[in-house]
Ligand binder design. Sequence first.
Ligand SMILES: NC(=O)c1ccc[n+]([C@@H]2O[C@H](COP(=O)([O-])OP(=O)(O)OC[C@H]3O[C@@H](n4cnc5c(N)ncnc54)[C@H](OP(=O)(O)O)[C@@H]3O)[C@@H](O)[C@H]2O)c1
Length: 308
Amino acid sequence: MKYRQLSGADLRLSLVGMGCASFWGKSNFSEKHAIEVFAAAAASGINYYDTGSSYSGGHAEQRLGRALHAHPDGKDAVISSKAGTRIGRWGKLYNDFSPAWIRQSCENSLRHLQIDHIPIFFLHGPNPEDFTAALFEELEQLQKAGKIGLIGVNAFAEPSLQSCFDFPQIQCIMLDFNIYQPQRCEMIKQFKAAGKNVFVAGALAGAIYDDRFWRFQGRKSLWYWLRAWKNNPQLKAMKKQMKFLNDSPNLTATQLALAYVLNNPDLSTALVGSTRVEHMQELLQAVDVQLEPALIKRIESQAQQLGL
Ligand SMILES: NC(=O)c1ccc[n+]([C@@H]2O[C@H](COP(=O)([O-])OP(=O)(O)OC[C@H]3O[C@@H](n4cnc5c(N)ncnc54)[C@H](OP(=O)(O)O)[C@@H]3O)[C@@H](O)[C@H]2O)c1
């Protein structure tokens, strides 16, 4: 595993972090298996785990808390969680960046994770107008009380990301970057130059280009397929454009896709999600892979043709 030092804090994060969300955090996914995946990640040197108060119907954060306590490496793990989304009726999510909710959400997260300090605390999908003086005041108070460390923003929308440049309080940015989004490299570079730490969410792009993703593995597959259809209006074309990644004799498509992200020198860490020990182990072999410039060029040209 490789590690990168964050700016603004004495924290060293594994270049690959484990995303504790999605199917991993669902109550209908076996807790035993979820903790085995956590243990495989820890055994491979992953020391960074990301979750969110609203992930997996609110179950992911509590499951991560139990995993941290069940595993001997749990006490050394660096954790991030997120606030600003609430779970409403029928499980529908809505935003609430009011200072009162952010404080309440932070307290809930500390309790769920069974820790007394969240090293990196992200605002989850804010719009530019959510960045109010009152919100930053609340976050500063949480910092002063030792409840949170670095303040971050997890956003994918351009206006929200651009607004982050205006606020020195925001020290970590979690954005979407993967084989379909080479255009993100420029913004990542700018954030790094501005002294902000860049975290990549969904570095695998859901593995939709990997032929194995489309093999049926029970209800988990149905959940991932539905999500893929919902999130990617151009799913069929996206699959087709990156199909060539399955032809490598030495590396799987998902390893190549992760290596593409990790080859970016400006990131602090990239998050991956998995429900299988062997997948997690396979992913970690991508950490030392240096992609040929011709392959990087081909990935970027295929992505540009999609025009996402
Ligand atoms: N996606 C977002 O919108 C988003 C937003 C904010 C933050 N994040 C952060 O980013 C993390 C990761 O994102 P994600 O969980 O949404 O999805 P992801 O990591 O992009 O993709 C997960 C998919 O990849 C598959 N996969 C993993 N390893 C594989 C391997 N070696 N070979 C083949 N397939 C493999 C998984 O299947 P198996 O389960 O079978 O391994 C699953 O279907 C989140 O947990 C969260 O911390 C994501």
